[in-house]
Write a protein of this length. Structure first.
Length: 255
């Protein structure tokens, strides 16, 4: 399907892929069709891609769930979800989550370029990325609770990892909005820059990520991503094993 039909576009330029939410007339409000398309992007990604940038066209990153879809009826609507057997409903949501979780892939680093609103599903899409570069006008809110819903697009564990349980609970249970300085202060932002400098800051970060051997970067991501679930001794063992692989690779074929 075309970007016009799905509302999201994938562009690849050598080692960099860009996912663009392209519904600027509705502040890139998200739909199940977008989530399915984003899930497909993981299969479409060329093997030489190392960095994926996620951005939104127009005045916002994403204002969250498209409420016109949430209130619609018929196949594929959220009203339909309420009529499905419990397991079938959960399986449908698992499909939606796939549009976000592929950004966790161990062979890529994902970067969200966030400006304007990043609400609900928009916030969770930013959380799905490894790094978040924020314009000074960025605003986050986990607004699902205001609709009587819970965040279900794979954002809750990442939020707890970044800000801790108590802060994550406060953010999700109140649905309040936070600005870029607060997001930076509590650990959600990798970098905050003036709005006109967002594109340049992302390009500089991407260049830095690409400047070093892919094999080393992939191993580093795996070490850091798994560190919280390992004991100190297990982490040290993982470091030794990763370094052994790197040394053997460098001695043989290099990167």
């Amino acid at each position: 399907m075309t970007a016009e039909a799905t509302g999201v576009r994938l562009d690849c330029d050598g080692p960099v892929a860009t996912v663009t939410l392209c519904r600027p007339d509705v502040l890139n409000a998200q739909t199940p069709a977008m989530w399915r398309a984003m899930s497909d992007f993981s299969r479409d990604l060329p093997g030489d891609v190392r960095v994926v940038v996620v951005r939104g066209e127009g005045r916002a990153f994403s204002a969250g769930l498209d409420l016109s879809v949430a209130g619609a009826s018929g196949p594929g609507s959220f009203a339909e979800l309420t009529t499905l057997p419990e397991q079938e409903c959960a399986d449908r949501i698992a499909d939606y989550q796939g549009g976000f979780t592929w950004l966790h892939r161990p062979d890529i680093i994902s970067v969200a370029a966030v400006h304007g609103h990043a609400i609900g599903a928009g916030f969770q899409l930013a959380l799905a990325c490894d790094m978040r570069v924020l314009a000074e006008d960025a605003t986050f809110s986990m607004a699902e609770v205001t609709l009587g819903l819970v965040p279900d697009l794979a954002g809750t564990s990442r939020l707890v990892e970044l800000v801790g349980y108590a802060r994550a609970l406060e953010i999700c249970a109140t649905g309040r909005r936070m600005d870029a300085p607060e997001a930076d202060r509590i650990g959600l932002a990798t970098l905050v820059v003036p709005s006109p400098e967002l594109g340049g800051a992302v390009r500089d970060l991407v260049a830095g990520l690409l400047a070093n051997p892919r094999g080393a970067v992939v191993e580093i991501k795996a070490l850091l991503a798994g560190a919280a679930g390992r004991s100190p001794a297990e982490q040290q063992r993982a470091e030794r094993e990763a370094q052994t692989r790197r040394l053997r690779d460098l001695a043989g074929h290099g990167d």
